[in-house]
Write a protein that binds this ligand. Structure first.
Ligand code: PLP
Length: 381
């Protein structure tokens, strides 16, 4: 059985967790939180990184920081994970879904401007598969209309856009360390506070609405209730696991990119023969091998291939059900203009196994089965 995902272990996780236990500091903001935050700040070039319990929670912090209220509108793609939308819906916002580009599956930056109204507050580009959205265009629109940008970089750690690390370009950025992502700690995330004006309040919101982090660092002599907030701190045990992953980030990313290019090179030969599409990496970006997908002719071919792979012991999946097509999406959101690409493209997409400990030979084996299927499917017609 070839699994779709296996959580990575880089090597020093147990050692660091034991060290955290020995220190008797198990709650948040201890040594490992400090090590991880500093590492992330240095690597991404961001002034402040706050570790959180998840990317979902980092997105919720963003909605709190931007004072999102009932009636505010937030622009994002419909082709994303539910958390991107939920975080703002929880604050009363209406989600305005914008179509995606068929090449990268990212928000179509040329369609954003027309979706802006006087209620628009935030744009949330999602860097699908760790491949950057067209950030120059998006930041330019945000500046002209005085809007905030949160990059949902849940999948984008170690990827770049024109040499800049994803997550560090918008006013805020979010990472996920969920076990399905590139660098993991079980459940976890980070908020990248790129706009310095938001740092102080971000620390307060993360600490249940108190200025406890100022108290801990000796900046004030007592701490009190200062704002609304919640408990968004990552435990030290979790941060200890994460630190082992971060210091091996280059190595883990390199291995994923190697597997990604084996998939790509193998299947490249069959694009025209079997009418498949492979991921597109614009030349302004470097990606992180987060996931490998192929796009089939239509939904039926895609669904049949998932079954075919399953019968041969290979787990493949698809995602996402576009948010605007769900009951909840209809209740809290609206698709701006027409959906030309979102449903059509997501129906065709299939994700193949991709994880750190996947063997190169296994990738070849998977490609062989995919091509077998495509060959048989064509003969049937
Ligand atoms: C995984 C993911 C999230 C949620 O991350 P969690 O850390 O599990 O909360 C949000 N957005 C996108 C695009 C994701 O892929």
């Amino acid at each position: 059985m070839i699994k779709f995902n296996i959580a990575p272990v880089a090597g020093q996780e147990i050692e660091f967790i034991q060290d955290a236990i020995n220190s008797r500091h198990l709650c948040g903001d201890g040594k490992y939180t400090e090590l991880c935050s500093k590492w992330l700040e240095k690597t991404t070039g961001t002034p402040k990184v706050l570790l959180t319990t998840s990317c979902t929670h980092a997105l919720e912090m963003a909605a709190l920081l931007f004072d999102i209220k009932h009636g505010d509108e937030v622009i994002m793609p419909s082709y994303t994970f539910v958390s991107t939308a939920n975080a703002f819906v929880l604050r009363g916002a209406k989600i305005i879904f914008v179509d995606i580009r068929p090449d990268t599956m990212n928000i179509d930056e040329t369609k954003i401007e027309a979706a802006i109204t006087n209620r628009t507050k935030v744009i949330v580009p999602v860097h699908y598969a760790g491949v950057a959205c067209e950030m120059d265009t998006i930041m330019n629109i945000a500046e002209r209309y005085n809007l905030y940008v949160v990059e949902d970089a849940a999948q984008g750690i170690m990827s770049t856009y024109k040499g800049r690390m994803l997550g560090s370009i918008g006013h805020l950025g979010t990472f996920s360390f969920h076990e399905t992502k590139n660098l993991v700690c079980g459940e976890g995330g980070a908020l990248l506070v790129n706009d310095r004006r938001l740092i102080e309040r971000a620390e307060i919101i993360r600490e249940k609405g108190t200025n406890r982090s100022q108290f801990i660092s000796g900046r004030v002599d007592k701490y009190t209730w200062r704002d609304i907030g919640s408990s968004y701190l990552m435990s030290e045990l979790t941060a200890a696991y994460l630190y082992s992953q971060l210091i091996n980030a280059q190595y883990i990313t390199k291995k994923r990119l190697k597997l990604w290019s084996i998939y790509y090179q193998y299947l490249y030969n069959f694009i025209d023969i079997y009418d498949i599409e492979l991921p597109c990496i614009p030349n302004t970006v470097e990606h992180n091998g987060h996931l490998f997908f192929i796009k089939l002719k239509n939904k039926k071919t895609r669904d049949n291939l998932i079954e075919y792979l399953k019968d041969r012991g290979i787990q493949a999946t698809f995602h996402y059900i576009p948010l605007h097509t769900t009951e909840t999406g209809k209740k809290y959101g609206e698709f701006h203009a027409s959906d030309n690409m979102t449903c059509e493209q997501s129906d065709k997409l299939l994700r193949l196994p991709m994880f750190f400990s996947l063997e190169e030979e296994t990738v070849i084996q998977i490609c062989n089965v995919v091509v077998d299927y495509l060959k048989k499917a064509r003969e049937k017609i």
